[in-house]
Design a protein around this ligand. Structure first.
Ligand code: PMP
Length: 407
């Protein structure tokens, strides 16, 4: 059981006290985005109220303070990911932009024309479409790797894909639709053994499991602030120093240059080279606060609570006739995707909502995965450490009632 006082933790998240339709909110849509603790909300308010200024420019104290806060946030993120230096941390808008940045700047000079970008069928669209766009421009291919019936990467197919045609390997650390935790270190090491660069989409890993990019030995790692209890509009790209140094700029503008003249412009070293224009200063500061909050609770305690929620939900779902869980990897985060014979996921989600239970229904931005599984949609309940076990009861009761009604 969690090594924290769950009621006290829940009180940190004001939204959890809300009611709708006369029912307490049961927020089980954490894979889409997580709620924010009061300390994050307060930190952002404090910054805008008393410490706000643009960064890297002014010679006045407010600008110096804001710059120090922004750069301290970079150090907090570097420490969170186990990066070798804060200079390996680029602030972006979200995981999507982090992946697009690499797809737009890395491939042309590092991946031979005609080669393939190896990814898995369980990728989020954010880790498919940027590669497809770049592949079209650069004459590359995209090679999807199959998954097993339990929802794990088919390691044999993965090894097969790492052939002489492979140019780069990208995959999610954790699947948003299945919850599967991929053996990212082993997969990265197999790719590295073939000399292939690796990008890991950590959007669903960072909120649930400790991440260490040096241990993973990946070239790039991406995640979003809003999924780790931080604000929207801020994301992170980790890149190994020598990789980032080898990349051309992504966007041009202020703050990413060394010197601009009409004869030619020179660019700032990373990470500034990739942060054109005024960044989301408050977002970075809020994200750092969210990371501090998670560290204070401790990932071990967070994971213990999520696993208890997942175990209870899984056992309950297995007892309801006609329910099939989608994604039964032994190593999973708190994501329970399922389908119900004869009931459409959207109808389920709508009825659950009437009981105050917020879940997601649809393809979860993983259309190729659902196509591979022969499905068009699932219902997904996804948990965070602030959910409690009674909420799982409410969810299961509402689900049973809805199924009885609709079938
Ligand atoms: N990858 C995965 C695995 C995700 O779950 C998500 C968000 N659902 C993303 C990438 C994209 O995140 P964002 O929309 O914050 O860029």
């Amino acid at each position: 059981f969690p090594d924290f006082d769950l009621q006290a933790v829940r009180a940190d998240f004001p939204v959890l006290a809300r009611e709708k339709y006369g029912r307490p909110l049961v927020y089980f849509d954490n894979a889409a985005s997580t709620q924010k603790p009061q300390c994050v909300i307060d930190r952002i308010a404090r910054f805008y109220s008393y410490g706000y200024s643009n960064i890297h420019r002014g010679l006045h104290f407010l600008s110096e303070e804001a710059t120090a806060d922004y750069e301290a946030a970079r150090s907090t993120v570097a420490d969170f990911l186990g990066a070798a230096s804060p200079d390996e941390i680029v602030f972006t808008r979200n995981a999507t932009e982090s992946i697009n940045l690499v797809a737009s700047t890395f491939l042309a000079d590092h991946v031979p024309t005609g080669s393939s970008i190896v990814l898995t069928v369980m990728e989020h669209h954010a880790n498919i479409v940027p590669w497809q766009l770049a592949a079209e421009k650069l004459g590359l291919k995209v090679r999807p790797v199959k998954i097993t019936p339990s929802g794990e990467v088919d390691r044999e197919d993965f090894r097969k894909a790492l052939d002489e045609n492979a140019g780069m390997v990208v995959f999610c650390h954790v699947s948003n639709s299945l919850g599967t935790i991929n053996p990212a270190k082993e997969m990265a090491s197999e790719a590295k053994a073939k000399g292939l660069p690796v990008l890991i989409d950590g959007a669903q890993a960072a909120p649930h499991i400790p991440v260490n990019v040096q241990d993973l030995d990946c070239d790039f790692y991406a995640f979003s602030g809003h999924k780790v209890f931080g604000p929207t509009g801020i994301g992170v790209l980790y890149g190994k120093a020598e990789r980032l140094a080898s990349l051309p700029p992504y966007q041009g503008g202020g703050d990413m240059i060394e010197r601009v003249s009409f004869e030619g412009t020179t660019f700032a070293p990373p990470p500034a080279r990739f942060e054109a224009g005024t960044p989301h200063i408050a977002g970075a500061i809020g994200l750092a606060e969210a990371i501090r909050y998670c560290k204070k609770l401790g990932y071990a305690a967070m994971e213990a609570q999520e696993q208890a929620l997942l175990a209870k939900a899984t056992a309950g779902l297995r007892e309801i006739s006609g329910v099939r869980i989608v994604g039964e990897a032994p190593n999973k985060v708190g994501v329970a995707s399922f389908v119900v014979d004869g009931v459409h996921p959207h109808d389920l989600a709508t009825f659950l909502d009437r009981d105050g239970v917020a879940v997601r229904a649809g393809h979860h931005c993983t259309m190729p995965l659902l196509e591979f599984l022969g499905l068009t949609a699932t219902t997904r309940a996804s948990f965070a450490f602030y959910n409690d076990l009674q909420e799982v009861d409410v969810f299961l009761e509402s689900l049973q009632k809805t199924i009885d009604l609709l079938r």
